[in-house]
Design a protein around this ligand. Structure first.
Ligand SMILES: NC(=O)c1ccc[n+]([C@@H]2O[C@H](COP(=O)([O-])OP(=O)(O)OC[C@H]3O[C@@H](n4cnc5c(N)ncnc54)[C@H](O)[C@@H]3O)[C@@H](O)[C@H]2O)c1
Length: 351
């Protein structure tokens, strides 16, 4: 069968994660890229033949099957709508959008144009997390009672992520969206209500006074069947990205260190190239990631989505456009709760 022809929109961090994953995928070929900066550098690096500054032009001219949407959050809706209207299947980065109205529009336009909208929640494909789910399903920890999950680091490299108007919020929508998207898939239940707190942006932030979105947010959540959860996203964590998931059951518990659980320990006086995402130096003792494209789920995610397009099958639960919309509804409920100081029911945000 022919390879699936890919067009990437974006040329920086997320685009690199997608391109590295496509490179390992035998049934995918990156045909074109569109971006407003770093275009030739990115295209040269991944040997992408066609380059466009305008993604509309790329969608019109190029014979591509699948589009990777790797632009700042506020642009997801426009790029997804344009791709859907030209008949392309789509992988959209997290969060699905910056507002519920945009996310609903994206889901509806893709349905109307009969194209796939696949939501790139990489945690659902991370080998450690799929293994943990299997262990829980076998009953190893008994009945799950409580789950804690967080993604935190020292601040986003992307200027768009630092501004609420482009990002849709701060650390919760940008980082906390991972546990929020992952947990319903893990426990097989939706989050129904939340009680939350967050820092207030700019001067009211804990650390990043130049970020208009919050730099710290946390929420207690309840699932349909009564399981309790705690999710967090913050930008006040030094030493590299920290993704921790803890599961407490009636007969045991389980702890996953997704980002710093490397089997390699290095002590270096001089330092070296790279240890883990967002770590600022590599001197002294470090635990370098072996292969983040694999361990954080990116390769499994992209190859699953390529398979969905090749075989015309639906993406797995947790990674459909509708799942991205649900995750965004939980984030919106968390923001409302943090602002009002009240418990918020997710069904009041989205039916
Ligand atoms: N799943 C993950 O782990 C993960 C990690 C990082 C980022 N992301 C997501 O990926 C998306 C991009 O993040 P990033 O860190 O790469 O951002 P970035 O700020 O580093 O890069 C933004 C990219 O968008 C391009 N762009 C901006 N406006 C454009 C336009 N009008 N047309 C075409 N291209 C345009 C820029 O050229 C640039 O390549 C965000 O939604 C972010 O949340 C996901």
């Amino acid at each position: 069968m022919d390879k699936i022809k890919i067009g990437i929109v974006g040329s920086r961090f997320a685009a690199m994660l997608h391109a590295e994953s496509y490179k390992r995928c035998i049934y995918a070929e990156i045909k074109s890229v569109s971006a407003i900066d770093n275009l030739n550098e990115f295209a040269d690096e991944y040997k992408i033949p066609k380059r466009y500054e305008d993604y509309h032009e790329m969608f019109e001219k190029e014979d591509i099957n699948l589009v990777s949407v790797c632009v700042p959050n506020f642009l997801h809706k426009d790029v997804v709508v344009a791709a859907a209207e030209t008949g392309k299947d789509i992988i959209c980065e997290k969060p699905l959008a910056t507002s519920i109205a945009d996310a609903e529009k994206m889901v509806n336009v893709c349905k109307k144009n009969k194209v796939k909208l696949m939501y790139a929640e990489d945690w659902i494909f991370a080998p450690a997390l799929t293994r943990a789910k299997q262990i829980c399903k076998e009953g190893a920890v008994g009945e799950v009672l409580y789950i804690k999950a967080k993604e935190t680091h020292s601040g986003s490299h992307s200027v768009y992520a630092q501004k609420k108007e482009y990002c849709g919020g701060g650390s919760m929508i940008h980082l906390g969206i991972h546990p929020i998207g992952f947990l319903p898939w893990f426990v097989g239940e939706e989050i129904i209500e939340v009680v939350s707190m967050k820092s207030g942006g700019e001067e009211k932030n804990l650390l990043h006074k130049n970020y208009s979105g919050e730099d710290w947010a946390a929420s207690l959540v309840t699932f349909e069947n009564g399981i309790r959860g705690f999710v967090e996203g913050n930008y006040i964590t030094c030493g590299g990205m920290d993704d921790i998931i803890e599961i407490y059951g009636t007969n045991g518990n389980l702890h996953i260190d997704l980002t710093k659980g490397s089997p390699i320990s290095v002590y270096s006086r001089k330092g070296y190239g790279y240890a883990v995402e967002k770590a600022d130096f590599t001197y002294g003792w470090t635990k370098p990631a072996v292969d983040e494209i694999q361990s954080l789920g990116y390769f499994n995610e992209i190859s699953h989505f390529v398979d969905c397009v090749r075989n015309n099958t639906e993406p797995k639960e947790g990674t459909r456009g509708e799942d991205g919309l649900k995750a965004l509804a939980v984030v919106s409920a968390i923001y409302e709760s943090a602002e009002t100081g009240k418990l918020v029911k997710v069904k009041d945000i989205i039916q």
